[in-house]
Design a protein around this ligand. Structure first.
Ligand SMILES: [Zn+2]
Length: 610
């Protein structure tokens, strides 16, 4: 899926770049921008590495080059500039990527930067919807403080929330009645935008058309849901009504142009710094749990919105950490969702630990009844996923009968198969056989097979470039005036003796670089696979090559070309001899002598050079 997405984006980014985009690219620091999404570590003078956000991996093969302002992944060959990165990770087109980068770098946007009227309209609508949500959030907060919010305040106090906590999470109250919010927002946006916001409902009319709109959230405590940037994009709400009128206990915003349930992790905006600092995320089930845990001082906590983890959410979380402690209650109605989440996180290569709280309490109640310290203690005692699952299998299928053991194993096998690491699978399988007391050879064999069966993760590919190619490409990519001589030498050799270079895998990239004029090296090479080769060359070594290094590289290329020609000549000579073509033979032999001479001279130069 990611690959298809990348191709789609390449088409977009191949459009000529506007002046504005150019200027954003010059001002933006690709390292800082990428660091706002994933963790990077300095790995060289100009080079940073981290875990690739575009494929599953456990050892970093993703690199960013600060000098040349591009990224490259040795595992999946994803590469490009700051805009391609943002486009790919946010799944947006080029103009939107430019806007995002500009915003991140505090560069004011020009009035028009859209490729189509539809896109302009879409962006306008999203801006308007953000404004609506901001206004609504503020208004709900006001209502909570006002006279109609008394019951809600009482409810929140009962759940142990302080005024500061309420303020921190911008908790509010939607009063009873069908039109209060509608009246407040009526002047802010037109009817169509209000309908698109998800803040209102309407009943279908007899003729199938939409009826008049009314407030979706009534007599409910309102919890804003924010995007990673901290802007309110949706709400989740809890009813204060009891009895028949109450409706669902929790109601969330529907899917809107701003909000897609499967793509948001609740509280990630506030938890992000702590997740990075502590190098793990704590995952809880409900928003209320998440809020109490955060306010108790454990700030690296996030929640799904009562649904199982999605692939997109896993990808988002992976940018910040690969370690998760899961605190779900295994015996609630959410047990299924919890197990699905654990399964997905395992497949996505997360290291998972699991906390089960005494007395079947949820985190919110546990903290209120036993305090934050004792909750932290429980986190420290979290168990490895394998231990947890084996324990659970024993609980679900107790007893020592062969039948129960088979059932327990069948419960565990899919979990074992899902683990990306062969070693972890074997360990898990061995532990399970031992702890469940499985003596049967057949069952052991089945477990062993489960441990073996799983496609291996993408391995970082080994370099496909020769040293000579790397030197030449680096010389041709030089932007610094100090490297002008080296660049000129390489470009001249390439233009004057193109046939020497033809057999090199990176020939096309070199040609494009030689002709690039003032263009950015990474922009000059258009073919994606050639671009990848260039990235590989530039990331290998940040120092620009000296003129004499280029000279010997050119010489080596010449030598190899001559040797290739010599081989061809030998074949032709043998053929001429067989055919009795003496005229041809004389000519070929003459050429061979000349080539021998050139090669001897080249070898002599090399010997001198040593
Ligand atoms: Zn990758």
């Amino acid at each position: 899926m990611l690959v298809a997405r990348r191709e789609a984006l390449c088409l977009v980014t191949d459009l000529p770049m506007s002046d504005f985009a150019q200027s954003v690219k010059q001002q933006a620091d690709i390292v800082k921008v990428i660091e706002s999404y994933i963790r990077l570590r300095k790995a060289g003078a100009q080079r940073f590495t981290g875990l690739c956000p575009f494929h599953k991996e456990k050892t970093p093969s993703f690199s960013v080059h600060a000098g040349q302002q591009f990224f490259y992944c040795f595992g999946c060959q994803a590469t490009g500039d700051v805009f391609s990165f943002v486009g790919k990770i946010e799944n947006v087109g080029f103009p939107e990527a430019v806007r995002i980068v500009a915003q991140k770098c505090d560069i004011p946007l020009p009035k028009r930067e859209f490729s189509s009227p539809e896109e302009a309209a879409g962006a306008r609508q999203r801006t308007k919807l953000l404004e609506l949500h901001e206004t609504a959030a503020g208004w709900f907060e006001e209502q909570l403080r006002g006279p109609s919010g008394a019951l809600a305040r009482e409810y929140l106090a009962g759940r142990g929330l302080t005024v500061e906590g309420i303020k921190k999470f911008r908790i509010g109250y939607a009063p009873d009645g069908f039109h209060a919010l509608h009246e407040r927002l009526g002047g802010v946006a037109d009817e169509e935008t209000l309908r698109a916001s998800g803040l209102f409902s309407s009943k279908e009319q007899g003729d199938g058309g939409p009826g008049p709109i009314y407030d979706r959230f009534r007599k409910r405590v309102m919890f804003p849901i924010c995007n990673e940037g901290g802007r309110v994009i949706a709400f989740t709400s809890r009813t204060l009504e009891t009895g028949e009128k109450a409706g669902a206990k929790y109601i969330n915003s529907p899917e809107t142009p701003l909000y897609s349930k499967g793509q948001v992790l609740f509280n990630l905006d506030k938890a992000k710094p702590a997740i990075r600092a502590m190098e793990f995320a704590l995952l809880v089930e409900g928003q209320m749990d998440c809020i109490s845990v955060f306010l108790a001082g454990i700030q690296n906590v996030i929640a799904t919105s009562g649904t199982a983890f999605t692939e997109q959410q896993a990808a988002i979380l992976k940018r910040h950490t690969s370690n998760v402690i899961v605190n779900f209650d295994p015996d609630t109605a959410g047990a299924n969702a919890a197990e699905k989440s654990i399964a997905l996180l395992t497949e996505e290569g997360f290291a998972i630990k699991i906390v089960t709280l005494d007395g079947g309490l949820d985190p919110d109640r546990y903290i209120r009844e036993r305090g934050a310290e004792s909750y932290k203690e429980a986190l420290r005692e979290s168990r490895r996923q394998a231990d947890y699952l084996i324990e659970r299998a024993r609980m679900l299928f107790p007893g020592a009968s062969a039948e129960q053991k088979v059932k327990a194993m069948n419960f565990l096998l899919p979990h074992i198969r899902r683990m990306p690491e062969a070693l972890a699978r074997e360990q898990f399988a061995a532990d399970a056989s031992q702890k469940l007391g499985i003596g049967s050879a057949v069952l052991r064999e089945e477990v062993r097979l489960a441990a073996l069966r799983r496609r291996d993760r993408v391995e970082a590919r080994t370099a496909r470039l020769s040293e000579v190619e790397k030197v030449l490409m680096r010389a041709l990519a030089v932007t610094d005036p100090d490297g002008a001589e080296a660049r000129l030498l390489a470009a001249e050799a390439l233009t004057n003796n193109a046939p020497w270079f033809e057999h090199l895998g990176a020939f096309k990239a070199m040609q494009a670089l030689a002709d690039r004029a003032a263009k950015d090296p990474m922009d000059a090479v258009e073919d994606p696979s050639q671009k990848a080769l260039l990235a590989e060359a530039l990331l290998g070594e940040s120092r620009a090559p000296q003129a004499n290094e280029v000279e010997s590289a050119v010489q080596e290329v010449q030598e190899r070309a001559m040797e290739g020609r010599l081989r061809d000549l030998r074949t032709q000579i043998a053929e001429a001899e067989r055919n009795g073509d003496f005229a041809g033979l004389a000519l070929l032999t003459q050429r061979k002598l000349e080539l021998d001479q050139i090669l001897r001279r080249l070898h002599g130069q090399k010997a001198q050079g040593r």
